[in-house]
Design a protein around this ligand. Sequence first.
Ligand SMILES: [Zn+2]
Length: 312
Amino acid sequence: MNLALISHPSCQAHRMGAHHPECPERLYAIQDRLVASGMEMLVTHYDAPAATIEQLTRVHDADYVQRIFAAAPTGTDPLALVWLDGDTALNCHTLEAAQHAAGAAILAVDLVLSDRHHAAFCAVRPPGHHAGRRTSGGFCLFNNLAVGAAHALAVHGLERIGIVDFDVHHGDGTEDIFSGEARVLLCSSFQHPFYPGTGADSTAPNVINVPLPRLTDGAAFRAAVGAAWLARLDAFAPQLLMISAGFDGHLEDDMAHFNLHTADFGWLTREIHLLARKHCQERVVSCLEGGYALSALGRSVATHVDELIGQV
Ligand SMILES: [Zn+2]
């Protein structure tokens, strides 16, 4: 069975200025690499629907969602920006992109849990894992993966979802949303100390954070997350595995200071796929988070997708 690749044209129209690293070219780089690697033949493309207010408010406060809707610029000039903080802005296409980015995770969950695909990758932006119940930040507005996970819990009645966030930044928004939620086991690795500065002292029993120092290389990364996560995820016996797939820990990515290689992302994806094969008919939903060095991002996503499809 091939992989569902979910995106939406609005995700390429969201732009936060000429020099912002979280740029539409990221999605082009991914597309290019999937074509060049011959993997296009192994994926089925879907247009993401827009998440509804009801779906968004499962994880965000209603007044926060309203605030984001109200902040969106109403004109048609894509260069006119409204800044929410020093990193995160909306142009006239952003609100639509954010709704469809969250909707991608909903569709991914529906496709995977209805056995139309064993796995799905959401090639969407804005990313989501820094968006908390009532906070935007770090390029994120709505927490796409969390919206998908909440849909799986509320509509599909799942009781155990494993989430792995290997972005180089702590998934503070996802932790804000699911901390203490016993139906979710949340695993996040991140450079520490570093933006957003959280996660090293988390105590919730369903959160397994792995803070790692700058210059962490592949061997140290594999040893640390392998020891912290894999047995716990295995014992949890997830009915669905979800991934916040951030590739900004790559050696070539100057957004942070990890020295990971494409093969390290491939290794972790393979381990997740093996767990999914054992516990949940290979059901994996992955959502793009960070990754700003365009060539490294394209190569890393191609490896990630290859392992999600992979014959394990
Ligand atoms: Zn990141």
